[in-house]
Write a protein that binds this ligand. Structure first.
Ligand SMILES: Nc1ncnc2c1ncn2[C@@H]1O[C@H](COP(=O)(O)OP(=O)(O)OP(=O)(O)O)[C@@H](O)[C@H]1O
Length: 231
């Protein structure tokens, strides 16, 4: 579904992502773990097209999109839940979700109904301003806003950041539910290992812009990964 090959990403002369390759399959969660400043957000931004990679390819369902701008990549099926969620705090919950819809989609009413049936709390709060929601509710809102674009690939950048532990469990349950209910690939960057173990089918560790370790579900080397994540 998503294939990344030999991706290099730089800010000016400074390359921070070096020769990354991986594939993300439908109905699977691929997790990329790493400490602060290791290149997780830069890698995700280059996949969604906010930053153009220096070289390498980003392929969705057989179509190379690395030269496309981010709007066109959304059309190709990439949706993004950014670090810090970045919901529109002055807009209502409903307006936030509507902002993720493709205006030309023939299924707008069904997509809104689907979103509210998956996120009941958002239905109850649909008239409230997004800024008045709790962190966990805002995370659900950011995920709902991404899902109504009917993505093939859903990317979440550090979804547990700033979220309390009991709600982190809820987010893991939600992502597992989305994985089973929708025919999409989920890519998540994270620093919280327990959360990642709950959801990941494949796990990579990124350090200084390179993948230095990978594991599959069922054979995750927790001690080794903890070592990479400790400061
Ligand atoms: N706009 C920018 N211009 C120049 N350098 C940047 C820019 N954004 C990030 N960097 C640098 O790129 C490197 C990777 O940063 P990035 O934000 O991708 O890491 P991260 O793993 O997502 O960390 P965090 O968890 O703190 O967000 C860091 O050295 C960072 O200082």
């Amino acid at each position: 579904m998503l294939s990344i090959k030999n991706l290099h990403v730089a800010y000016g002369q400074s390359e921070v992502v070096h020769d990354i390759s991986f594939e993300a399959q439908p109905r699977q969660v691929t997790a990329i773990m790493g400490k602060n400043g290791m290149g997780k957000s830069t890698l995700m931004k280059s996949i969604i097209g906010v930053i153009q990679p220096k070289s390498g390819s980003v392929t969705i369902d057989g179509t190379e999109v690395q030269d496309w701008d981010s709007c066109k990549r959304v059309g190709a099926g990439i949706a993004y839940v950014p670090q810090g969620r970045q919901i529109f705090s002055k807009l209502t919950v409903e307006e936030n979700i509507l902002s993720g819809l493709n205006p030309r989609s023939p299924n707008k009413a069904d997509l809104m109904r689907d979103a509210y049936s998956m996120f009941n709390v958002l239905y109850d709060m649909r008239k409230r301003k997004g800024g008045n929601l709790s962190g966990g509710q805002q995370q659900q809102l950011a995920i709902a806003r991404a899902l109504v674009s009917e993505p093939k690939v859903l990317i979440l950048d550090e979804p547990t950041e700033g979220i309390q532990p009991s709600i982190i469990k809820d987010i893991a349950r939600l992502l597992n539910q989305i994985k089973l209910a929708k025919n999409l690939s989920i890519i998540v960057t994270e620093q919280v290992l327990s959360f990642t173990i709950d959801i990941a089918d494949h796990m990579y560790v990124i350090e200084s812009g390179r993948f230095i370790h990978s594991d599959d579900k069922g054979s995750i080397n927790e001690e080794k990964i903890k070592g990479y994540l400790s400061v």
